[in-house]
Design a protein around this ligand. Sequence first.
Ligand SMILES: [Zn+2]
Ligand SMILES: [Zn+2]
Length: 140
Amino acid sequence: MICPKCGTELVKKYYKGMIEVDACPNCRGMWLDLNELDKLEDIVFDDDAHKGSLIHFQSTTGFSCPHCGTNLHEFQYRLYDLKLEYCAENNHGFWLDAGEDERVIASMRRRADDIQRKLDVESAWKQTLKEMHSFLMKRK
Ligand SMILES: [Zn+2]
Ligand SMILES: [Zn+2]
């Protein structure tokens, strides 16, 4: 598979000990397959923490899905102020630019501080990924 952003060959990597991703060794972005997200163990959503985590549907981009080559679409994940690209045509998965995952973690840290709760980065990430997964599944 080829990086949608810079055209470099993607390499398999295990992300935070949770799921296999296809990472770009050049621009450091990564592709997350929808069926990989499916393998995440079920976790219980913390509704309070995710209030207002609306996903805004955005426009099409000039980047191509590494699986099918169709244009990726972009959506905004409001809770983390993130713009992510995903395969709208065939629901193959989504792309995280370099540093976007760290932004999610930083944002989760602030929220955890706000509600004075200990943050477990791994389970918070699982929750985020599951949320994106259910967003994409809902579109089917
Ligand atoms: Zn790249
Ligand atoms: Zn695709």
